[in-house]
Design a protein around this ligand. Structure first.
Ligand SMILES: O=C(O)CCC(=O)C(=O)O
Length: 336
């Protein structure tokens, strides 16, 4: 069966194309909750403390949560509301935006990469390019009518937050504040609004299987009511409980390259549940396509040379989408 969006379709059992082999299922009952996930207060007046906390979290976890981040709560509430409204549109309306072509700058799609994968995932997503806004907003959905206004305000706010975090990450690596931003160039910004319908057999499938993010930094807004995000820490999958007012910040593949592996891209996945739909909004800051990503020479020592060869984001991104998530990690292909 050719996959199509699943939100709005009634299923009494899981279609076979979504069933994972037994060795690759989420083992929902074995997952513990991660209680000590770093929650960093960006409203704290002690900037050096923030930088230290961010550095520690990037080294140890590859992710952290931030609170008092400056993105207004009303805007966060609004984007969640408008995202729900969008996914509640009729199937017919949604199918007008459907595409399985990852090179499209605006598309509603399903699963992950339906043309490449062998097993599908219980997720629909609206993927948008968001920078520069004036170039991309005209192609965004015009229903619900408030969609463009709300999502564009949200994108601008989140972009500023991302830059602030990149400055702190740069300083935490002992680099100039602007070093990371300078390497990444004029950064692109993408968004995935993820919608995971309630699933008839959640123990047999994923919303999104284990992956790291191919970009530089991800700012994830989780549904406050429904948990589903898990991160890999010391070989164990741990549930990241939604924290009121927080964003989850993930280190992406490009920051792993840029830090010569000092900071880890985090493996994460989303699981689904039988009772409730779940929503998340991921904002991805992406290096400029022509940016030459490499670690500073000072990070390579005799015993610890640069792990990765220099790469451009364009070549990395193309490679990432030409594959599926079950293969060897894309970064492995760029090792020296
Ligand atoms: O839904 C989530 O919590 C995770 C989303 C995610 O990892 C992604 O969009 O790349």
């Amino acid at each position: 069966m050719e996959p199509r969006v699943i939100s709005g379709v009634q299923f009494s059992s899981l279609p076979t194309s979504y069933i994972r082999p037994e060795s690759d299922r989420p083992k929902l009952s074995e997952v513990a909750e991660l209680n000590n996930v770093p929650i960093i207060d960006l409203g704290c007046e002690d900037e050096s403390l923030i930088i230290k906390q961010i550095g520690d979290a990037c080294r140890e976890f590859g992710f952290f949560q931030v609170i008092n981040h400056g993105v207004p709560k009303e805007l966060v509430d609004k984007i969640l509301r408008v995202a729900h409204e969008f996914f509640s549109l009729s199937l017919e309306e949604k199918m007008k935006l459907y595409s399985d072509d990852p090179s499209k700058t605006m598309r509603l799609s399903t699963s992950f990469n339906v043309k490449k994968e062998t097993v599908h995932n219980w997720r629909d997503y609206l993927r948008l390019h968001c920078y520069p806004l004036e170039k991309y907003v005209p192609e965004w959905p015009s229903t619900p009518s408030s969609f463009k206004d709300i999502v564009s305000s949200y994108c601008s706010e989140v972009r500023q937050l991302g830059f602030r975090l990149q400055e702190a990450i740069s300083e935490s690596l002992g680099l100039d504040k602007d070093r990371i931003k300078n390497v990444l160039g004029e950064q692109g910004q993408h968004m995935a609004i993820n919608y995971y319908p309630a699933c008839p057999e959640p123990e047999l499938t994923y919303g999104l299987p284990a992956h790291t993010d191919p970009n530089a930094l991800t700012i994830l807004l989780q549904d406050l009511q429904v948990a589903g995000l898990q991160a890999l820490k010391d070989g164990k999958w741990l549930a990241i409980k939604p924290h009121p007012g927080a964003f989850v910040i993930n280190i992406g593949d490009q920051l792993q390259v840029l830090s010569n592996g000092k900071y880890k891209n985090v493996w994460h996945q989303a699981v689904v549940n039988a009772d409730k739909e779940r929503l998340s909004v991921a904002s991805f800051l992406c290096p400029c396509n022509t940016a030459n990503i490499s670690a500073p020479k000072s990070f390579a020592t005799e015993g610890d040379p640069n792990i990765y060869r220099d790469l451009t984001y364009a070549e990395y991104y193309k490679k990432f989408w030409s594959r599926n998530l079950d293969q060897e990690h894309c970064l492995e292909l760029f090792k020296n």
